[in-house]
Design a binder for this molecule. Sequence first.
Ligand code: URA
Length: 427
Amino acid sequence: MTSSSRLAQTLAQTKQTGGEHSPPEIRELIRGYQAGEIDDRLMTAWLQAVCDRGMSFEETTALTEAMAKSGRIIEWPPEFRPIVDKHSTGGVGDAVSLIAVPLAAACGARVAKLAGRALGHTGGTIDKLECIPALRSDLTVEEFIGQVARVGCAIAHATDELAPADKLLYALRNRTGTVRSAPLIAASVVSKKMAGGADAMVLDVTCGCGAFMRSLPEARTLGEMMSHVGRRLGRRVDVLITDMDQPLARSVGDALELDEALAVLENDGWPSESLRELAIEVAAALLAADGATAPETSRVRVREALQQGAGLRRFSEMVAAQGGRLDLFNRTLQPSGTIQAASTGVIGWIDAHACGQFVRANSAAPKGDVHRGGLRFRKAAGDHVERGEIVADIFGAPEASQVRDLTQAVQIGREKRRQRPLILDRF
Ligand code: URA
């Protein structure tokens, strides 16, 4: 057993018994895992202990810093600053970044977004963006900087150069069911923002059954942790706690969500109002993140940019700069089936977690195949339905039992469940 392996074992035991780690111990743990000196089994035991016992602000700050410094940290030339970035802690039907990033850039913000892939039942921005034929998300640091300078925005996957320790841990957490932990999520998100060199970050902390943080107190704890860590590391942080009990959009699934995000940018009438409104709010927060633009002014500018098609033009420029062929993206996906109302009544609630699980279980087709699994709702909470009426279209090839389970996710009763506001808290 190497000394790093022994350390990992000791730290897992310390954590399980309620102890606290020192910053040098955390740095050595991350270094050892990245160097391949600690195997996945030992690291998983430590992750499990963190999921069970949590971490203090100090430990989380040390973990964030260790992961950010596991690779390069982008130094932006002063003339491009402030650089802003946005991240969501994960949701279902959450294509906000695809809309908010180009919209904010169209209003003058410089948005350098480092994004991730699907995690657990939640979707990933990179997977959605890669539905565009030929689009490259693996930009080198130089390409990333050059694009933000020219176009005003880029959405890239953190390459091996940036926060590589997060990439390794992210994949391990996804394989071992150790995702739902506030300090692990906080360190994962903020380390990527640090590596990307962001001066300010807008963090969307999702809350509800479709999120990793199920309750408002849990979401607030995560938001406060990220805010504390980000500020301790010298960044401006704006946290929005948002509702994720139901899918945010009418579509769930990479290609379908991309199509709906494009429809928002095109000012089409059919997309979800919640998706549109949250994207506007996040874009305004990105614009106001320079500390010089008032939030109300930012909102007005973002709405104007959306109406005038400036967000769509910026999105097309960003995609073209990343080699993508938006003209080849197939937007006429054919459903393979439907979900029908199990009874007559009013749709009270649509279970976001069940929708996310259904889609992830049906998204195994190879990259580049835009006919990946998904759902698109024809009905929403509050709509009256007759038994057997179509509630949603299904895409992909799910098994009959999965479709049956999904039918249960659409809860029908006498009235709509009382809906929470889209933005539950902000600080
Ligand atoms: N997004 C991330 O980047 N990391 C997490 O752990 C969860 C959501």
